[in-house]
Design a protein around this ligand. Structure first.
Ligand SMILES: [Zn+2]
Length: 150
């Protein structure tokens, strides 16, 4: 009789520990892994006005990609050497005529280089610094890859 009681007690203890462990594992998961929200990659909306091109949702594109606006700005400026200004914290006014395909091509290049994980190609990534080097860290698979310099 006494033996059975002890066995029961130890089984309960294991259960509690097991759930505690599960809780802890769950807590340790990156936030993104818990969310099943689909990550929608943005599309650039742009119009040509006279000799200027207005990338209407420029700021939103950066936000949707969870990337610093300045990083996207620098990238765009490197791709198309022209002068430009962010207007109303919303759109990017570029001097020069660039069709929408061109703008989206640049945005896609940016996404490939600075958003998508190089290992699993998922967009659940963050830019962090490791040994003074900016790297792309993937929340989905844990891969860390070096970022191209701007
Ligand atoms: Zn990954």
């Amino acid at each position: 009789m006494t033996k059975t009681k002890t066995e029961q007690a130890s089984t309960e203890k294991i259960d509690v520990d097991y759930y505690k462990l599960l809780d802890r594992l769950y807590m340790a998961l990156p936030q993104k892994a818990k969310e099943s929200v689909r990550f929608e990659l943005p599309t650039a909306i742009s119009i040509i006005q006279g000799k200027q091109t207005i990338w209407k949702n420029f700021v939103k594109c950066g936000k949707d990609l969870n990337r610093d606006q300045n990083l996207l700005y620098k990238f765009v400026m490197k791709e198309i050497s022209t002068s430009s200004t962010v207007v109303n914290n919303q759109s990017l006014v570029l001097n020069g005529v660039f069709d929408n395909n061109k703008i989206n091509l640049i945005l896609t290049k940016f996404i490939n280089a600075y958003v998508l994980c190089s290992a699993c190609k998922k967009p659940d990534t963050n830019i962090t610094t490791q040994n003074n080097i900016k790297v792309l860290k993937c929340s989905a698979c844990g891969a860390v890859s070096a970022l191209p310099k701007l």
